[in-house]
Design a protein around this ligand. Structure first.
Ligand code: SAM
Length: 252
């Protein structure tokens, strides 16, 4: 049996979910269900809010442009997001949209834009990031939204990392070596404690030496190579998160 029911559309709704709860949809959501998906009254829609699990709801049509959803039964219990921070130097528009969506699909519980010395974008459109995160969450079947955080200075972020957080530092200058070995050691060291890690990917211009030295000073830092080729930052995001999830995260 598939992990998730993908026959019904999924919507994130910021409203309490319980049996019989009626959810008023905003215009965009109503338009999507009524006019894009052409759903009819009583058609099923899966809803989640990050707190009450996932519910099967039925469409209550209120005219051509308005609709409500009425919760019928809980399909999945709420689960906690992985304590995985994806920390990255923001990119320009379309590539940032892509990177945010992939990070959500790959299981990031928090998205942390970092202002490194060579970061191209100095301002980050957090509303755009949040709407990309919602779209990805609805698509990939998770039960909550990642925490989209305000951009932060790189040094301040690294200095604020907890001592017990595993820091996976993707460094294009790291010697090419098998990253699985280093990550496996971190997994063994963790024992049965819950996963708690951050994956750091730099800007198109790469990291500067002071930034490398700062991260390397963190006692749980694992400096990893993502192979012998230089990856675009959005490619590195997917590669790094796949690697980390398969050894340290929730793919095992
Ligand atoms: N300054 C680099 C250059 O042009 O030589 C490019 C940096 S790369 C486009 C952006 C980020 O992706 C890097 O800072 C690093 O975090 C990650 N990355 C790309 N290729 C990598 C590799 N082979 N190993 C580890 N990290 C890599």
């Amino acid at each position: 049996m598939a992990l998730y029911d993908f026959t019904a559309p999924r919507l994130f709704v910021d409203a309490p979910l319980s049996e019989g709860a009626r959810i008023s949809l905003d215009r965009a959501q109503a338009n999507y269900l009524l006019n894009v998906l052409r759903l009819k009254a009583e058609d099923p829609v899966l809803v989640f809010n990050g707190r009450d699990g996932e519910w099967k709801a039925e469409l209550a049509v209120e005219g051509r442009k308005a609709a409500d959803l009425v919760c019928v039964l809980r399909t999945r219990e709420q689960t906690a997001p992985l304590d995985l921070i994806y920390a990255f130097a923001p990119l320009k528009h379309a590539r940032l949209d892509y990177m945010v969506q992939k990070a959500v699909e790959m299981g990031a519980g928090a998205l942390q834009p970092l202002l490194t010395r060579r970061t191209q974008a100095t301002r980050v459109n957090l509303d755009r990031m949040r709407s990309n995160a919602i779209e990805a969450a609805e698509q990939c079947g998770i039960l909550g939204l990642p925490d989209v955080r305000d951009e932060m200075n790189f040094d301040k972020f690294v200095n604020g990392l907890e001592k017990d957080r595993v820091v996976v530092f993707c460094d294009e200058d790291a010697p090419v070596a098998n990253p699985v070995e280093a990550l496996s050691k971190a997994r063994e060291a963790r024992g049965n404690n819950a996963a708690k890690f951050v994956v750091i990917v730099g800007p198109e211009g790469g990291f500067v030496e002071q930034e490398r030295a700062l991260v390397a000073a963190h006692e749980r830092c694992i400096r990893v190579s993502l192979g012998p080729r230089i990856l675009r930052a959005d490619t590195a995001a997917v590669a790094a998160l796949a690697l980390v999830q398969s050894v340290l995260g929730d793919w095992t």
